[in-house]
Design a protein around this ligand. Structure first.
Ligand SMILES: [Zn+2]
Length: 111
């Protein structure tokens, strides 16, 4: 769960949720639009969007080599496990929080 302002702008939502998979676990097909940007950490990120509706589908970054972040909402699965890590809490909307039983594994910043 990322609360950074850039993710809020990118998604149009107050929080971005992602699941990371090893690159070899995924098969990526179809067209996508790209948006590369540099995170505050200095790491490069490349977001890939559906060219029709503009929804973020997945992204890769220097900060997590070998992994692909997939936007959980794209899976349209209400039973997908809840997030276990929250980052950029300093820009979190106060009413957005992890489930109460989430282990305390929060990271101040990431990118
Ligand atoms: Zn973010």
């Amino acid at each position: 769960m990322c609360h950074c302002l850039e993710c809020q702008r990118r998604t149009g939502a107050v929080v971005s949720n992602q699941a990371r998979f090893r690159r070899e676990q995924l098969t990526i097909e179809g067209k996508s639009a790209e948006w590369p940007r540099t995170a505050e950490s200095g790491n490069a990120l490349t977001f890939r969007f559906c060219p029709t509706c503009g929804s973020t589908v997945y992204w890769e970054g220097e900060g997590f080599p070998g992994y692909v972040a997939v936007a959980i909402g794209n899976l349209a699965d209400p039973n997908f496990p809840a997030p276990t890590i929250a980052v950029w809490e300093e820009s979190r909307h106060p009413w957005v929080c992890l489930p109460a039983d989430t282990p305390p594994k929060r990271v101040a910043k990431q990118g």
